[in-house]
Design a protein around this ligand. Structure first.
Ligand SMILES: Cc1ncc(COP(=O)(O)O)c(C=O)c1O
Length: 437
């Protein structure tokens, strides 16, 4: 591949704007707010292009300065509570380590798979909560092996059948599994189901009944925690441009739901305490709900992860704004028309209800658009270029994923940008040959 200096690949159309930004002499032109935003975005595009020049594309790029800025923001929003990092939204061991090293308030990990938790335990991580139920024998065996090594891994349950499976494996292996109960945090309003379809446990009575089942199961299981994840608050944007009525309705629904959920979580914790159970932790929340979850006095720790990379689906929350720390660069490989550039790769579609919001976001240069008929393709992604911008074959264009951790499944490493320069790279889970779900 011929490697060109990024600046040489930009056409003269950009040159005057660049000169206006960098010109050392003469009277500076007075910039309007729109000018300065556009110029800052162009400067960022040129800067990132220069930083990655000569590296094989596509690549994933993590701005460590922005990551750390976002980590500090999460801590601030959580008040005094510890934050358990959601590993599914990170999927890179070095990033987990770096962020945990920033503050003792980053405590423990919220894992998305039992085998993942067991693997992380072998790498020295401890205090691992597997947030989603499993009864898979290989999963349980992997966790049991780490428990026997003295690591703390807690499994999630919301059904007596799961408890039965886990206990029977525990008896066979001579291990006592640690369990946390997941309480349903959804709300129902007339004609609207507002929440996730996860745990069937909606009342203190149901939670205490499962806790008693655990207590009465001989030897192999013990209850240590409670989790209540309010996905409809934590993961649903409520300040999306162009839908002000919907935003207003969502914010109202969120307010009502938060009141109801805090009462429900508190009632469950109180009922367990009254029934004689002692909990080590009560986990709640996610990036989008930190303030309201922290305001619930029954919660002892917040779960969060997405806010670190700050992907597209977290751009429009009314309560906070994180800086886009993770993006990916694709190479322009074709120019079907003067205003369209087609890149290699890019079809990194996010999970969830299939829709346009699951597509990658064209990022830099600002103003690029996906082509509706093609979207982001399996091996090629065309984009309509912003007016006045031209780009040569071989140059990079930058995009962001809609979700946080899933991009790490597409790349073996994240290139690390710090102080404006590439300072190294960090293998993703995939780069370490780990694939869990
Ligand atoms: C159980 C649980 N807790 C917390 C979160 C929030 O994670 P994040 O901050 O990455 O959105 C999730 C996300 O789906 C989750 O499933």
């Amino acid at each position: 591949m011929k490697t060109l200096e990024p600046d040489a690949r930009l056409t003269p159309a950009l040159a005057p704007r660049q000169a206006a930004l960098t010109q050392p002499q003469g009277t500076p032109r007075v910039l309007t707010a729109a000018d300065s935003t556009a110029d800052a975005a162009m400067a960022r595009y040129q800067h990132l292009s220069r930083a990655i020049a000569g590296r094989p594309l596509p690549l994933a790029l993590l701005d460590v300065d922005l990551l750390e800025h976002n980590a500090r923001d999460l801590l601030q929003r959580a008040g005094n509570l510890p934050i358990r990092l959601g590993s599914k939204s990170i999927r890179c061991v070095e990033v987990l380590r770096r962020v945990q090293a920033m503050s003792p308030r980053f405590q423990g990990l919220l894992c998305y798979s039992a085998r993942e938790a067991a693997w992380l335990a072998t790498l020295g991580f401890d205090d691992l909560l597997v947030a989603y139920p499993t009864v898979d024998t290989a999963d349980l065996d992997a966790v049991a092996a780490q428990l026997q090594q003295g690591r703390r891994i807690v499994l999630t349950v919301d059904d007596a059948a799961q408890v039965g499976h886990i206990a029977s494996r525990g008896r066979a292996l001579g291990v006592r599994f640690l369990l946390s109960i997941d309480v349903d945090m959804s709300s129902s309003f007339p004609g609207i189901y507002f929440g996730m379809r996860r745990s069937p446990l909606q009342t203190p009575q149901a939670v205490v009944a499962l806790a008693r089942t655990i207590a009465l199961t001989p030897g192999a299981v013990g209850l240590v925690g409670l989790m209540g994840y309010e996905g409809q608050i934590a993961g649903l944007q409520d300040a999306v441009p162009g839908q002000s009525l919907k935003n207003m309705m969502l914010r109202r629904l969120k307010q009502s739901s938060v009141r109801e959920l805090a009462a429900r979580r508190q009632a469950c914790v109180a009922a367990l305490r009254d029934a004689g159970f002692v909990l080590d932790f009560v986990n709640g929340g996610g990036t989008g709900s930190i303030e309201s979850t922290a305001a619930d006095s029954s919660v002892t720790e917040i779960a969060a992860g997405s806010g670190l990379y700050a992907p597209g689906l977290f751009d429009h929350f009314s309560q906070f704004h994180n800086a886009p720390a993770l993006c990916f660069a694709l190479q322009v490989v074709r120019r079907p028309t003067p205003d369209i550039a087609t890149c290699g790769g890019g079809g990194y579609i996010a999970s969830g209800p299939a829709g346009a919001d699951r597509l990658p976001r064209p990022y830099l240069p600002a103003g690029m658009q996906l082509i509706a008929q093609e979207g982001a393709g399996e091996v090629q992604t065309p984009v309509r270029l912003p007016a006045g911008f031209d780009v040569e074959i071989g140059a990079p264009l930058f995009f962001r994923h809609a979700k946080a951790g899933e991009l790490a499944e597409r790349f073996e490493r994240l290139h690390l940008l710090q102080g404006g320069e590439i300072v190294g790279d960090a293998p993703t889970y995939r780069g370490q040959h780990q694939c869990f779900l």
